[in-house]
Design a protein around this ligand. Sequence first.
Ligand code: FES
Length: 153
Amino acid sequence: MEPVDDAKSADPRHLVGTSNSLAEGGRIHAKIEGRYVSVLRLNGNLHAIDSICFHAGGPLGIGEIEDLNGKNCIICPWHHYKIDIETGEKYYQAGVWENGKMKPGAWQSNGVKQRVHSTIEENGNIYVTFSKGTLVDSDGYAYNVPCGERMKS
Ligand code: FES
């Protein structure tokens, strides 16, 4: 399904699929104006996140979902980074020394590393609207182009 042509419309939404094509637990992977975005339906809610991992360009959009202290995280298949699908925050677990031994500490946020987008369902269709604002690390990988090419733009 082709995205809405924004040049002809003031509507910033991009059509990515139909409601019927996205069952509970399912995903739609879309290329919107060259940007790769994954839309997930999880516990009845829709989420949209950049498909390409900010870390090293891995296929984050196809990662498993894991509950991390009540936060739904998508786990990158390449290096297992945990990214909150709601906020785009990356979580880490620093080691702590206890009685001369290293143990895993509490999960903490590294801040927002992966861009998340708005997504809605309307009249049987699913739309994504790109989020804007401060640059996020995944912006550099969102278009899945070689590093050298990214640096030129
Ligand atoms: Fe995703 Fe490294 S590329 S964790």
